[in-house]
Ligand binder design. Structure first.
Ligand SMILES: Cc1ncc(C[n+]2csc(CCOP(=O)(O)OP(=O)(O)O)c2C)c(N)n1
Ligand code: SF4
Length: 300
């Protein structure tokens, strides 16, 4: 049965009131991820906006157990939790490792890659706000070409994003998915599916960030929708090698076409200094990825 607002898990595990910025899509994503796991979860999280969301002892905004792990160690920490649960004979609890793009693409990549290569049995979610946002928006391996950040303040970043989804798929893990906080039912379904699969499962969640990307707090959902409509991100899943487009990306492939990526870029102050050449380069990258997706899709 397709998930809709009525058949979502009712119980909330992200409690009202947390310390994220107004309009933060991470809250929205995390709310649906925890609902999908129905509380049967141990979370491990490195320093990030998510630790800010969790709160500082003795208060917290979440109703699930959580380990705060050193920045580089999320994959190793999850490995240890899985081993501990196995020793206790607990098959009912999912280990969820969840880190920002800095904690995944850059500093956390070796522990994650090692765990994936060993086929450790956990879900790793990378929520991607395309920068080290908690410490003031330094550029990461996921910050796009042309984007102004704390460490690329004038010209914007001069390199393209690392393709973390392709890197994780190359590990031969059983489930890789691309989701967006702004498409929560699609995200929810992907986490529900990941929960039923054994081995390392990787879910990338696009999380628009109003202060870091410089758009107004009320435009978060619109920014995620534009990202999908322009092909800046593609919603898909790869299960045992079979590639499926999902949600709005599937609809565009069936009966539509992508909008120009310029429409997405021009909505965000971080791209104020982007050049025409960079816009063309980004458009070409988007076109090439969309073609690769259409070439391998199995559900159209
Ligand atoms: C080893 C180490 N280096 C640096 C820091 C400082 N630090 C804390 S959070 C953070 C940014 C995390 O960025 P990301 O993983 O992208 O998550 P986000 O803040 O964007 O949610 C940094 C650099 C740290 N806690 N530990
Ligand atoms: S900086 Fe961005 S990701 Fe972090 S809490 Fe604020 S809106 Fe959310």
């Amino acid at each position: 049965m397709k998930t809709n607002a009525v058949n979502l898990t009712e119980k909330e595990y992200l409690l009202p009131g947390n310390r994220t910025c107004p309009g933060c899509s991470l809250s929205l994503a995390y709310r649906h991820i925890l609902k999908a796991l129905e509380g049967q979860v141990i979370v491990t999280v490195p320093a990030s906006c998510l630790t800010v969301l969790h709160g500082m002892y003795p208060v917290t905004s979440v109703d699930v157990p959580c380990v705060n792990t050193p920045f580089a160690s999320t994959g190793a920490s999850a490995t240890g939790l899985v081993a501990g649960l196995k020793a206790l004979g607990r098959k009912d609890v999912t280990v969820l490792a969840i880190a920002g793009d800095g904690g995944t693409y850059d500093i956390g990549i070796q522990a994650l890659s090692g765990a994936a290569e060993r086929q450790e049995d956990f879900i790793f979610v990378c929520y991607d706000n395309e920068g080290y946002m908690n410490t003031g928006n330094q550029r990461s391996g996921s910050t796009p070409l042309g984007a102004i950040s704390g460490t690329t303040p004038m010209l914007g970043k001069q390199q393209n994003q690392k393709d973390m989804l392709a890197i994780m798929e190359a590990h031969g893990i059983p489930y890789v998915a691309a989701a967006s906080a702004t498409h929560p039912l699609d995200l929810y379904e992907k986490v529900r599916k990941a929960k039923t699969i054994k081995g390392t499962r990787f879910i990338h969640v696009f999380t628009p960030c109003p202060p870091g990307w410089r758009f107004s707090f009320g435009d978060t959902i619109r920014m995620g929708e534009l990202a999908v409509q322009t092909g800046w991100i593609v919603l898909y899943e790869v299960e045992d090698g079979a590639f499926r487009l999902t949600s709005a990306s599937e609809s565009i492939a069936r009966k539509g076409s992508l909008r120009p990526v310029r429409e997405y870029l021009m909505e965000q102050g971080r791209f104020n200094n982007i050049t025409e050449e960079q816009i063309s380069e980004l458009q070409e990258r988007v076109n090439a990825r969309w073609k690769r997706c259409l070439d391998r899709v199995t559900n159209l």
